[in-house]
Design a protein around this ligand. Structure first.
Ligand code: GLU
Length: 510
């Protein structure tokens, strides 16, 4: 394989969509796998859509997920600048080359004239395109005399430069994911290459930069597939056909039910983020919560995203970035859209959280408790983290589930209270409270023995009273292992909580 040089080429038109992070990731994995280079190129030639802050956001997001850039606006590199708005002269030069070689032409049509042409064609049932058939009726350097063209340009008349797409030729490309693609040029219109503001369009800038930056693989979203034949044509006209990059158009990200493309609105409705980091829309002031702020770990998000469209062909699901780099192959990316299953993202998050040490998780609890003015010794926090580790999806769950160890319940789960608070549970809990009251040190073992003794003595099966006991101790219906919970609470706290529950709930039961 030739030197692998890939690029992530976002337009700074808003926050980076999570699909963009996946595109960046696949580029990154390929680059690292082949000791290649990962380039960040900011495609900011559409000044109407430019959003302040978007470029910084994109860079911050890539940094957060751990995608390192080898060449880019901040890093520099042999092909700087990497921001297209700073490369205007370069595009002008190649547009001029296309003009000189007869592959492009000036067009002076006003918006009204273009509109009239479209309306006219639509009436006759023809797909309205500016192409070999229609260009002869329009105001351009193919229909006007050389003098007229020169005069207009000299007089400062607004113009664009269009690609002169041949009437009917097959354009072919071999997409690494989709295989051979063949399109007739009659389907392609004479795309604008240079706009009247002197800026190139995406198409020209993208092709010129991919060539000059020696890009080996263009890995990008499926939405760019229709543009690929036009790009191939442009490479040909510029004489770069042999240096053309390989193309790989990634599958779409679909809604969780697989029905249609995933949009921000879908994500909002279903209550999950769509952007990697918090983003405040500068126009509306609206804040969209990011994956980071929602509590997703970057390594979990990366692992999840890697599997949205790619799979290693084995059963293994948990991959470190190093393992992903090792296993990644473009050939294993599928064509079919990938369902964005947020439950799977949560599962990955759980797995990565569980792999943290008790100390790491315990520190999260300590920090949270401190913010509420509560001190907790390290050892206790680590033990609580250990008890909760299987039950957490987000780091903040440690504090929300852990609060049962610091706050005695004031109210009780109503369902459990009405179903399970009865003479039997009252009898066991009363006896257990008396038993524990006599104990100095409550451990998992002493708690277990006490419960076994009491239930045996009263002849009541443990299974019948466990939910009531949990409710009496914590107020809730679920939580970590009960014996561990009791040991962590300690004898006097258990006694006082059980006493409170008996006093508060007893009346209802009778
Ligand atoms: N600027 C384009 C985008 O924002 C890049 C497409 C490409 O990678 O060619 O998606």
């Amino acid at each position: 394989m030739k030197d692998v040089r890939v690029r992530f080429a976002p337009s700074p038109t808003g926050a980076l969509h999570i699909g963009g992070v996946r595109t960046a990731l696949y580029n990154y994995l390929l680059a690292r796998k082949h000791q290649g280079k990962m380039i960040l190129r900011i495609e900011d030639t559409d000044q109407n859509r430019y959003v302040p802050g978007a470029e910084v956001y994109i860079k911050d997001a890539l940094k957060w997920v751990g995608i390192e850039i080898d060449e880019g606006p901040d890093k520099g590199g042999p092909h700087a600048p990497y921001r297209q708005s700073e490369r205007k002269n370069i595009y002008t030069k190649y547009a001029q080359q296309l003009l000189n070689d007869g592959h492009a032409y000036y067009a002076f049509d006003s918006a009204e004239e273009l509109e009239a042409m479209r309306n006219r064609l639509m009436k006759t049932g023809v797909n309205p395109q500016y192409d070999s058939a229609t260009r002869i009726e329009m105001k351009n350097s193919l229909t006007l005399s050389e003098d007229e063209v020169n005069n207009k340009i000299r007089a400062g008349a607004p113009y664009v430069i269009r690609l002169k797409v041949p009437k009917s030729e097959q354009v072919e490309l071999n997409d690494l994911i989709r295989g051979k693609i063949s399109v007739n040029t009659s389907q392609i219109d004479d795309k604008v290459l240079m706009k009247s503001d002197g800026m190139p369009t995406y198409h020209l800038a993208n092709v010129v930069d991919d060539y000059l930056m020696k890009i080996s693989h263009v890995i990008r979203g499926e939405e760019w597939l229709p543009s690929a034949p036009l790009h191939v044509l442009t490479y040909k006209f510029l004489g770069w056909e042999n240096e053309m990059p390989a193309f790989a158009h990634l599958p779409l990200l679909l809604k969780p039910d697989g029905k249609g493309k995933l949009s921000k609105r879908d994500a909002d409705q279903m209550g999950f983020p769509i952007f990697p980091l918090n983003w405040t829309d500068p126009h509306t002031g609206e804040l969209a919560e990011g994956f980071r702020e929602r509590g997703y770990l970057p390594e979990a998000l990366i692992n999840f995203l890697a599997f949205l469209g790619w799979n290693p062909g084995t059963e293994q699901e948990l991959f470190t970035v190093e393992e992903l780099i090792e296993a990644f192959e473009i050939e294993r990316i599928g064509k079919a859209g990938a369902k964005f299953d947020i439950q799977k993202a949560n599962w990955f998050n759980q797995q990565y959280l569980r792999s943290k040490t008790d100390e790491e998780l315990g520190q999260l609890l300590i920090t949270d408790l401190k913010s509420q003015g509560i001190d907790c010794e390290n050892e206790k926090a680590y033990a609580i983290a250990n008890a909760l580790r299987e039950r957490i999806t987000f780091p903040s769950d440690i504090a929300s589930l852990g609060k049962i160890f610091f706050f005695a319940p004031k109210s009780f789960d109503e369902k459990i209270a009405s179903k399970k608070w009865n003479n039997e549970s009252i009898a066991v809990i009363t006896a257990l409270k008396d038993e524990i009251n006599k104990t100095n040190e409550l451990t998992v073992d002493t708690a277990t023995t006490a419960l076994v003794d009491v239930t045996n003595r009263l002849g009541i099966a443990q299974g019948k009273i466990m939910q009531a006991l949990r409710m009496a101790l914590t107020g809730g219906a679920s939580g970590p292992d009960l014996m561990v919970t009791m040991a962590l609470l300690g004898a006097s706290e258990v006694t006082s909580r059980l006493t409170y529950a008996l006093n508060t709930l007893e009346e209802k039961a009778s």
